[in-house]
Design a protein around this ligand. Structure first.
Ligand SMILES: [Zn+2]
Length: 175
């Protein structure tokens, strides 16, 4: 069913309801540093899968558990679903690893598409439900207690400054 973990992260918890979407991230560091970081006890962050520039994939958290990747979040269209108390549990999380301002490689895009398709199949979602492909930038909001609580802008990944166009990814999935 799910791929065996290649780099198990200690940072995950029980899902608290159905998984609704795939959230795509960009680690902002190298593949090696990203994989190392999610495995460290002090990081308190994880992704289900991290894709390196050569298309290598590190599987860090079981898909049936919640990875600690999203934080305070709100779906762009609340009529689809709301994160609510599920928080991290509502998404499957896939990260691209690369340095700041580094566009993903062709191999990374190919593997990202393969991973997203696999999640859609595993979750039983129609490939045309492309609203289920979210970028962290689209959902991350400032947490309660912050002066900008509830507002977006907390995270720039994975699109950066034109680094990745998720609409292109959505079109490829739906094609
Ligand atoms: Zn992120």
């Amino acid at each position: 069913m799910s791929a065996a973990l290649t780099h198990p992260s200690p940072h995950h918890s029980a899902r608290r309801g159905p998984v609704e979407a795939v959230c795509v991230h960009w680690t902002g560091g190298t593949y090696a540093s990203a994989v190392d970081w999610v495995c460290r006890p002090e990081s308190v962050v994880s992704y289900h899968a991290i894709i390196g520039p050569t298309g290598d994939v590190a599987y860090c958290v079981p898909w049936d558990r919640a990875a600690w990747a999203v934080g305070a979040s709100r779906q762009p269209d609340d009529s689809r679903f709301t994160f609510g108390a599920r928080g991290n549990g509502a998404t499957d999380n896939i990260a691209l690893a690369g340095g700041p301002m580094t566009p993903p490689t062709a191999q990374q895009i190919t593997m990202l598409l393969r991973q997203i398709r696999a999640r859609f199949v595993a979750r039983g979602w129609a490939m045309t439900d492309t609203w289920r492909i979210l970028g962290h930038v689209d959902v991350a909001v400032y947490p309660a207690g912050h002066p900008k609580a509830g507002q977006r802008g907390r995270k720039p990944d994975p699109t950066g400054q034109g680094w990745l166009n998720l609409d292109t990814i959505r079109q490829e999935i739906a094609a």
